[in-house]
Design a binder for this molecule. Sequence first.
Ligand SMILES: Cc1cc2nc3c(=O)[nH]c(=O)nc-3n(C[C@H](O)[C@H](O)[C@H](O)COP(=O)(O)OP(=O)(O)OC[C@H]3O[C@@H](n4cnc5c(N)ncnc54)[C@H](O)[C@@H]3O)c2cc1C
Length: 383
Amino acid sequence: MDLTFSETETAFRDELRGWLAENPPPPEPSEGGEDASYAWRRDWQRTLYDAGWAAPGWPVEYGGRGASLTESAIYFEEIGRARVPLPANVLGLLLGGPTLMVWGTDEQKDRFLAPILSAEEIWCQGFSEPDAGSDLAALKTRAVKDGDGWVVTGQKVWTSGAQHSKWCMLVARTDGEAAKHKGLTYFLMDMEQEAVQVRPLRQITGEAEFNELFIEEARIPDEHVVGGVGNGWKVALTTLMNERAGLGFALQVRLRQLLDDLFAAAAQRGLLEDPLVADRLADLHIRTEAIRLLAWKGLTDTERYGQPGPEGSLVKWQWSDTNQKLTQLAADIVGPEALTAGTHWSYELLRARGNSIEGGTTEVLKNIVAERVLGLPRLKAVA
Ligand SMILES: Cc1cc2nc3c(=O)[nH]c(=O)nc-3n(C[C@H](O)[C@H](O)[C@H](O)COP(=O)(O)OP(=O)(O)OC[C@H]3O[C@@H](n4cnc5c(N)ncnc54)[C@H](O)[C@@H]3O)c2cc1C
């Protein structure tokens, strides 16, 4: 990939940069807790939407700008550069929408895409279960055919943003007899029904970003099956690849920001001259640059195959590793502040622990890179 921007790409960047400078979001509310912060991010998405900047990479027919892959990457770089938050409906914009564009019927695209873009309807991802995380195909939530729809019963866990969501990308077992990966179906489940109970799970950071979902005979009509009955595994893979590649790009930008903050914190304390600190900062700088270039290279793969490839796993693995190293160095540099609840660095240090689990654990990503990127033989379990 040639990283020199064309005239059109430069014009795109300048237009966005100018717009962001003139339309910054108000400061994040300091009171009102998580709900107030969430409402602030939702309002920010609406502002982006009104100006046509909620998802420039979406095709024009679905309300985007039809931006090229390079322009979409510029979008994330500029959002990061301006230090404004990602839109609230990030799972809908980066995972759900793109999955529907590949697998959805025309009716589904008409019904669901516009409210994702405007943040009118928030989406969450109901994949993981208490006994099915890395081994997603082991999931037990059942969907049973009933008239012109399905009745779903089961439990999901770690469902981020479920408390704000209208729709859940839900993978459930529709055929108990078929082979593990074949008996699954991908549904869009309406969260606003009595049969779906959302219970928050509080994390080490103190916030409850994710939830348990208890589903007791929830109803899903036939027209909310995505990609056909029994095809859930393939549809879910599209969502997961978009998660690793799309979010990966946004996250590498965030990593750069955090590293800049850390350089500033080290400079403030006169630590840039300390050879041990300088060595660790240099290592983080090199890693961050490598991740940035890997993310850009991922765009070439998306261009070639039409969808993100398994290489996105490499970006996600390297990002989580580097973010954990970065926040650990931050704790060494800023000292007790990093261990004081409510401070910037304590939040980053604690939140980073989940990075090597969310969106695929590091061990699983290494397996994917070994087998599907490097073409190494599959490891056979020893009996
Ligand atoms: C902050 C956060 C947000 C999340 N948000 C969501 C969400 O919105 N929706 C959702 O569906 N899920 C979400 N998850 C869940 C996440 O996808 C799972 O936690 C993850 O896939 C791991 O599954 P598990 O927790 O069941 O661990 P397990 O799969 O039980 O893994 C346990 C350990 O075994 C290792 N392991 C497992 N299989 C292998 C293997 N084949 N080879 C080598 N090692 C292996 C793992 O690496 C790990 O160390 C979130 C998780 C976090 C931390």
